[in-house]
Design a protein around this ligand. Structure first.
Ligand code: ATP
Ligand code: 5RP
Length: 408
């Protein structure tokens, strides 16, 4: 939430700062929660006892979502699914750097935190640090800029060029309705973490990460098996030290593991995916299967769902994760026919769809995206819908508070 510049008929001293005010008409310096839509506005609210408050807001309704994962773990795919839930395509800033990492759509702006690398490729090599190391990243700037966007201010964000390995001149980022910060460290710095309205961690097990890396870097980028292995090994200590621990802070974790349906499977094609959802998060109600809070194991294969070997198994239960109460929804296996997903969808609750079958429709629409036939695509789509719901609830709550304030 941002704070507006406030003029009163008694005091002409404007103030502008950021805080979490506990009461609407606070003490000096007067601070007021912004209750305006992005784009900025100015309104006059009658003061409770005489005088008038003139409130000028530059904006301030940007909600901030953090998405953390290692490189090559499906962040871009997830972002494409999320943007699609809001409608419209996401594109790099028009007329800007062709190597920009930013994606802008009507509602969302996705910025890649690689842009806050403080050391370029040569710098990291010289200093002997990886990009995962906090010393290779500028967290002060990351914090200042994410905070500024959340307050409704445009920023000149640096660009890390993955083609050249250099830091390019900055690009202008205007405050969107939803800002997604995706990358290696969205929940690393406590100050940045505090700015997040919702956070997600994509937790890809080593076996699966390896299989995906091989698939992409060997098939699409011509890397050798040895070089892929070496790169994973070289990153592992820093991954364990700086990236993986962030999952304890996430509101939702999508965990991707090898299947348990095929004994000793090492192909990594069939996946067991777990959606771990924190309880008690404002504006977020965990999804459940059949009966909230129960422990359920469900094999839907049969007359309504076609399943070839090794089948599909769902599970749902309450659990504990890093000391937090969570609900866990699990899917092991893969769909043969995506249109039959409607059968599964109709047994899930709290999915925040706007019409019957919306999940199935989204999945069918992007059936060519990686993971569309398994729990990765299903749970990414569900989290996308939950983020839309969160955004709508926050917007509604602010509009309601605005109305109340105007009446007071
Ligand atoms: N759900 C999935 N199922 C199977 N393969 C997947 C899945 N998600 C991603 N992949 C594989 O991983 C690769 C990387 O995916 P994606 O580009 O979405 O990841 P990323 O985290 O954005 O990567 P980077 O940070 O390196 O740009 C894809 O090309 C694909 O091979
Ligand atoms: O972990 C990464 C996040 O995407 C990259 O390896 C990091 O950004 C460095 O990029 P490059 O390898 O292109 O220099």
């Amino acid at each position: 939430m941002a704070v507006c510049t406030v003029h009163t008929t008694q005091s002409l001293n404007p103030t502008c700062s950021i805080s979490k005010p506990s009461s609407f008409f606070g003490h000096s310096p007067r601070q007021l929660v912004v209750l305006a839509s992005p784009g900025g506005n100015s309104s006059t609210i009658p003061k409770r006892k005489g005088g008038v408050l003139k409130v000028t807001c530059s904006s301030g309704d940007t909600i901030v979502i953090g998405l953390a994962a290692d490189s090559g773990c499906g962040k871009s795919t997830f972002m494409r699914r999320l943007t699609s839930v809001f409608g419209g395509a996401a594109e790099p800033p028009k007329g800007g750097n062709p190597d920009s990492n930013t994606l802008i759509s009507d509602t969302t702006t996705v910025i890649c935190l690689d842009d806050y690398h403080s050391l370029d490729r040569t710098g990291r090599k010289e200093k002997g640090v990886t990009a995962l190391d906090p010393r290779a990243n500028d967290f002060d700037l990351m914090y200042e800029q994410v905070k500024a966007i959340k307050e409704g201010k445009a920023v000149d964000k640096p660009i890390y060029n993955h083609v050249t390995g250099l830091l390019d001149p900055p690009e202008l980022i205007k405050p969107p309705k939803i800002l997604v910060i995706e990358g290696l460290h969205p929940m690393f710095d406590p100050r940045v973490r505090e700015l997040l309205d919702f956070s997600i961690y994509l937790d890809i097990s080593n076996e699966v990460k390896f299989a995906w890396k091989i698939q992409r870097d060997m098939a699409e980028r011509g890397h050798s098996l040895e070089s892929i292995k070496a790169s994973i090994e070289a990153r592992k200590p820093d991954f364990d030290a700086y990236i993986d621990p962030q999952k304890q802070y996430a509101d939702a974790v999508i965990e991707v593991l090898p299947t348990q349906l095929i004994p000793d499977d090492n192909e990594g094609k069939v996946l067991r995916v777990r959606l771990i959802m924190k309880e008690g998060v404002q504006y977020f109600k965990p999804v459940y299967l059949f009966d909230e809070g129960s422990t359920i194991s469900w094999v839907p294969c049969g007359r309504k769902l076609t399943c070839s070997y090794p089948g599909i198994k769902f599970a749902y239960s309450p659990d504990s994760y890093f000391g937090h109460e969570v609900s866990v929804l699990e899917m092991d296996g893969q769909f043969d026919r995506l249109d039959e997903l409607i059968y599964v969808e109709s047994h899930l609750s709290n999915i925040s769809t706007k019409f019957y079958g919306e999940i199935t429709q989204q999945m069918l629409k992007h059936s060519d995206f990686p993971g569309s036939n398994n729990g990765t695509g299903l749970f990414q789509t569900i989290v996308g819908l939950k983020i839309r719901d969160l955004f709508e609830q926050i917007t509604e709550a602010k509009a309601g508070a605005s109305l109340q304030a105007a009446k007071a």
